[in-house]
Write a protein that binds this ligand. Structure first.
Ligand code: AMP
Ligand code: MG
Length: 404
């Protein structure tokens, strides 16, 4: 019998990413209460509704005065606290006691800090003459009315929540989170709470992929394990695609006789590639349904499934979720040891980066076998190792994707 050859052309990594992102479109917008908006992605630009501060504001506790007034002793006319305006107007010879955040009274143009003033009764003696504008925040210093405060496509973190509150956006419109279904395939899988018999392994991919999808901002609506049975698998794939925007399958995409996912996807969807020049995870498969659903057939080996998720699925989920920047930041890192590249495929090696003597140094997380999940557990970066025949000596600089 001649060797079996894959019917799928080997696609380079960037081409595979292009084919995926071309077919991934941001989902619709929905309003969320401000208090639940953390972690969501803004669907529209946010503008300042007013100047902040609206009126000149004191940045210290002290005395509001007229800077051009030469008299060292001033009569204290009134007091201003944050949120309470002064009744008195500051005139030469006068001053108004003012607290941090208080609105500058009419007539004043500077604030002398309490530390620079002796106060006795209603008299304030200045030890320092301020220049005009000293310790005063002018209107619009923090925000100017109409200014764009946040851009659509921004992930809402604590500062963004604060800004939304500041401009009165109590129900920001955000992108709907992608709905994801996860289907682990394999006759050899048992549940994690079971003890695997001879030839069996615990299903780890299903749970790892659920976590990875959630970490990418998706909502996991369904997950299951199905044995390598064509009819059952077909039914579950169809069912999952009814509920989810994205289906992730694990296993069953290689060249074995029980690898049923590719033929099923050929029938239920359009396959855009079935092999990537990538290590770990060459048999990664990507398809779309007529309704626009995305299907990723991820390889079965635990490292392959998580690394292909990281490089191919995560950017797609972030795109669906409306994020503007979907790729990890890249830095240059010096290899802490020799690395042997794969002769033909671009390889993403798991490594730990540390800042040492003014540069990142990458140390391997150990054996890079695609079955060894421990190679990811301690990693904070993926090293991009171009294919080649010669060993890269320690000290060679390579690009690294920062994972955290
Ligand atoms: P496959 O791509 O289906 O041939 O799977 C390759 C290997 O990956 C299997 O022999 C298992 O050892 C492992 N594997 C597949 N699916 C899982 C899973 N859900 N959890 C853990 N290991 C798996
Ligand atoms: Mg399998």
């Amino acid at each position: 019998m001649p060797p079996r050859v894959s019917a799928y052309a080997m696609v380079p990594v960037d081409e595979a990413q292009r084919r995926i992102l071309e077919r991934a479109h941001a989902l619709e917008l929905e309003p969320v209460p401000l208090a639940s908006s953390h972690g969501r992605v803004l669907g529209e630009d946010v503008l300042a509704d007013a100047d902040l501060p609206g009126l000149p504001r004191s940045s210290v506790d002290g005395f509001a005065v007229l800077a051009s007034d030469p008299s060292p002793v001033r009569e204290v006319l009134d007091e201003v606290t944050a949120g309470r305006l002064a009744h008195a107007q500051v005139r030469p010879g006068g001053a108004v006691r003012i607290m941090t955040g208080g609105t500058l009274p009419d007539g004043a143009d500077a604030v002398v800090m309490v530390e620079d003033v002796d106060e006795s009764g209603e008299r304030a003696t200045l030890h320092r003459f301020p220049r005009s504008g000293e310790n005063v925040h002018p209107p619009g210093m923090d925000l100017e009315r109409g200014q764009r405060v946040l851009r659509a496509g921004t992930r809402i973190g604590p500062a963004e929540v604060g800004l939304l509150a500041t401009v009165g956006q109590v129900r920001p419109r955000v992108f709907r989170r992608p709905r994801v279904a996860v289907l682990a395939t394999g006759d050899e899988l048992v549940e994690p709470d079971q003890t695997p018999g001879p030839g069996f392994v615990r299903d780890s991919n299903r749970y790892a992929l659920v976590a990875a999808a959630q970490a990418a901002g998706a909502e996991v609506v369904w997950h299951a394990h199905v044995p390598d049975d064509e009819a059952l698998l077909s039914a579950h794939v169809r069912d999952a695609l009814e509920r989810a925007d994205v289906l992730l399958t694990s296993g069953g995409v290689s060249m074995g006789t029980r690898d049923l996912i590719k033929p099923i996807l050929e029938r239920l969807a359009t396959v855009h590639f079935g092999r990537v020049s990538f290590k770990p995870g060459k048999p990664l498969t990507f398809a779309t349904t007529a309704a626009g659903g995305l299907v990723f057939g991820l390889p079965g080996f635990p490292v392959s499934s998580l690394v292909t998720f990281e490089v191919f699925v995560r950017p797609a989920l972030l795109t669906l979720g409306g994020l503007g920047e979907v790729f990890r930041p890249r830095v240059q890192a010096a290899l802490g040891h020799d690395v042997r590249p794969d002769p033909v495929r671009l390889e993403y090696q798991r490594a730990h980066l540390r800042w040492e003597d003014g540069r990142y140094v990458a140390r391997t997380t150990g054996l890079q076998a695609s079955s060894r999940l421990l190679s990811i557990a301690g990693a904070n970066a993926l090293l991009e190792i171009q294919p080649g025949e010669t060993t890269l000596p320690a000290g060679t600089t390579v690009p690294a994707l920062l994972l955290s």
